[in-house]
Design a protein around this ligand. Structure first.
Ligand SMILES: Nc1nc2c(ncn2[C@@H]2O[C@H](COP(=O)(O)OP(=O)(O)OP(=O)(O)O)[C@@H](O)[C@H]2O)c(=O)[nH]1
Ligand SMILES: [Mg+2]
Length: 145
């Protein structure tokens, strides 16, 4: 399909990747943590785009196949949790940079007080964008629109 895109979610373990995508798909507010073991792929439709969202494991222990999982990505969303990126996250960012895949950096914050998924700064520097949002945020889907 021409308007079908692969999007990968990367970032340290417990940075909120799975919570984010569950919140987008079902509106579910995820409060308990359970690590992703490898990858989960979610097909979602946003406007007229068909996205295959690959929610990858952030724990280096479960990241052995990451280079395969990142192949043919059209967009990477990098989740930040205030801690330095681990080795797997760094390797994934390098991999996507090498193939000139645009990256969006996202930080999930404490509450749902924000009014919209805001672009905080940088706007666009070498295809890098930065957002702060919350998976407790009801309109989280807007970040992908
Ligand atoms: N403050 C805050 N915490 C969140 C938010 N969304 C999720 N969390 C919490 O942060 C943790 C993140 O869990 P996951 O979403 O499973 O993390 P993950 O990045 O998928 O972790 P791995 O699968 O191990 O790579 C959970 O304990 C959530 O309850 C948010 O928007 N704000
Ligand atoms: Mg996960």
């Amino acid at each position: 399909m021409a308007n079908e895109y692969k999007v990968v979610l990367i970032g340290n373990s417990e940075s909120g990747k799975t919570s984010f995508i569950k919140s987008v798909i079902t509106g579910e507010k995820n409060t308990k943590y359970s690590p992703t073991l490898g990858v989960e792929v979610h097909p979602i439709k946003i406007n007229d785009l068909y996205l295959n969202v690959w929610d990858l494991a952030g724990n280096p222990k479960y990241g052995g196949l990451v280079d395969c999982y990142l192949m043919q990505s059209r967009l990477g969303i990098v989740f930040m949790n205030g801690e330095p990126f681990n080795e797997l996250t760094r390797l994934s960012i390098d991999n996507l940079n090498k193939s000139n895949t645009p990256l969006i950096y996202v930080k999930l914050i404490e509450d749902d007080k924000i009014e919209r998924a805001e672009i905080i700064d940088g706007l666009e520097v070498n295809h890098v964008y930065y957002f702060e949002t919350s998976s407790l945020f009801d309109k989280i889907k807007e970040i992908l629109e």
